[in-house]
Design a protein around this ligand. Structure first.
Ligand code: SF4
Length: 520
């Protein structure tokens, strides 16, 4: 008898499911409590769908879903608290039944596959909706869909109906990504290209990981003038490009390479680390005393900074940074390929302001093809495919990238075409919205469909935000997406066949083969 069941991320045990303990470090009690929380949220959705709701109900729904995303919350007590909130909120709406947790993952293989795909996509969308929510941006249709989608998980549907629901969800997630884009750009300005150092200056510093720009902003304000430098980590790198964040001179650079190297790179680091979202790995004793969590992130024994009326008090982290003092001399670090400078900030506004140049370069043949090489990075071997793909892409091709998959190659200098860098980082995973807007603008300029553009998506996936983005791309009718490094365990062979037939989804092979096939 298995102790747990989880197959939601790319590193799942044996490519099938984690049943004894999570490869990510999630323990069976946490996995089982997350299943109970999910069932309580399904019950809440059945109770509250279509009803007039308080903000508190919507917050419980989004926070509960976000807390189950991979590498977010490993703390059984916190998961229990989210579940209790969902249970008591549900009663407000006069309904008190839950799905049995075991039934989440049982039944006809294809139905389980489609139902799980929806649940995991909704978990991903909850993270995006929450980031917009804390910046004061809401979309009633997006919020309502959490209830519609979660409620549907307790319903019987045919394969065709599930596929329709998934496509409807993909379109809603596009709205959610647009909402977050609006939230970020209205709060922090449109990103502008910026070069970010991988070095760390001597003296006290704080490392900020995750995706929450609002948390970073509050930390920057609270450390102003204290002689403490702030370094981004992982998916926080694109923060350097936002005018309202980059204006803080103590936002100095980016620390570390890909998130999965954190246990090695944080070893004995003389600074505290703040995790605002995933990806948290179980901390080693050599640095566990200096890891802080906030928002939905949690791990037993780590200090958690709570939110009080939209504000966070980071004084404990600041004190820790002063105590630890940082390094006594400047430290030189590099990316995984030896480069010490990362460029980011090529979001839709920047790329579209150079649209004439881009269109001319395509028309004259200076740019033969665009690749969007991005997605989330992961710990399993085989992801050097993405490094090699970028290295081997011909010199008349441009690499657009986003999300943490870019750490595989974002320190490479592969030159420019007509003054444009050949690698353009469009931002975090949610900035897939930017990439979609650029693709649509190019298709309008060339008077063709996105599928007829000289553009190929070569995606890496790891966790549930990649699932919601993929569903959006499919809902938009985008075909010929290359995906790897392995296919999701929750996609059954029959569902995969449907995806291949309808959308020409292609598992990656080798960089040489795939480049040859794409450019032939
Ligand atoms: Fe396993 Fe991934 Fe689930 Fe963690 S999140 S338990 S690694 S499938």
């Amino acid at each position: 008898m298995s102790k747990m069941f989880c197959f939601q991320c790319e590193q799942t045990a044996g490519g099938k499911a984690c049943t004894n303990a999570g490869v990510c470090g999630k323990q069976p009690d946490v996995a089982n409590k997350q299943d109970s929380l999910t069932c309580a949220l399904i019950g809440l959705a059945r109770a509250a769908e279509g009803k007039k709701r308080d903000d508190s109900t919507d917050e419980i729904m989004m926070q509960g879903l976000f807390a189950t995303v991979t590498n977010v919350n490993f703390d059984p007590q916190r998961i229990d608290e989210f579940a209790k909130l969902a249970e008591s909120e549900k009663k407000k709406y006069g309904y008190d039944e839950n799905l049995v947790p075991e039934n989440l993952w049982m039944g006809d293989q294809d139905i389980v596959s489609l139902r799980s795909t929806l649940l995991l996509g909704i978990r991903g969308m909850a993270a995006y909706a929450w980031h917009a929510w804390v910046l004061g941006k809401k979309d009633a249709e997006v919020t309502e869909w959490f209830y519609k989608g979660m409620k549907s998980l307790a319903e019987e549907h045919t394969v065709e109906e599930w596929l329709d629901i998934l496509m409807e969800f993909g379109n809603i997630n596009l709205k959610c990504m647009a909402l977050l884009d609006e939230a970020n750009t209205s709060a922090f300005g449109h990103p502008v290209p910026v070069k970010v150092s991988t070095n760390v200056e001597k003296g006290p510093f704080i490392v900020v990981s995750g995706h929450d720009l609002h948390d970073l902003k509050q930390l920057l304000e609270q450390t102003e003038g204290l002689g403490i430098n702030i370094y981004t980590h992982g998916e926080m790198l694109p923060a350097h490009a936002y005018p309202e964040l980059k204006k803080h001179p103590h936002l100095k650079g980016n620390f570390g390479t890909a998130w999965q190297n954190q246990q090695k790179e944080f070893d004995n680091i003389p600074a505290p680390i703040l995790f605002t979202t995933n990806c948290l790995m179980p901390p080693k004793p050599s640095y566990a005393d200096r890891v802080f969590t906030t928002a939905m992130v949690g791990f037993p024994g780590l200090r958690h900074i709570a939110d009080e009326n939209g504000k966070k008090d980071f004084s404990e982290i600041i004190k820790k940074a002063q105590e630890l003092g940082g390094w006594t001399e400047d430290k030189h670090f590099t990316g995984i390929n030896g480069g010490s400078q990362l460029t980011t900030g090529f979001a839709r506004n920047t790329v579209l302001s150079a649209a004439d140049k881009v269109i001319d370069a395509v028309k004259t043949g200076a740019i033969r093809h665009f690749f969007l090489v991005g997605g989330c990075d992961g710990a399993k071997p085989g992801r050097n495919y993405y490094t090699e793909f970028v290295q081997k892409a011909p010199r008349d091709t441009v690499i657009l990238t986003l999300a943490c998959g870019k750490y595989r190659f974002n320190d490479l200098d592969i030159g420019e075409i007509g003054g444009l860098p050949r690698i353009m980082d469009m931002g975090q995973c949610n900035d897939a919205y930017s990439a979609i807007q650029v693709a649509i603008a190019l298709s309008n300029a060339f008077n063709c469909s996105v599928n007829d553009l000289p553009l190929t998506l070569v995606l890496s996936w790891y966790e549930q935000k990649a699932v919601c983005i993929l569903l959006t791309l499919l809902a938009l009718g985008i075909k010929n997406i290359y995906i790897g490094p392995s296919l999701p365990a929750f996609i059954s062979p029959n569902v995969l066949n449907v995806l291949v037939q309808k959308f020409d989804i292609k598992p990656i092979t080798t960089p040489e083969n795939d480049l040859a096939q794409i450019l032939s």
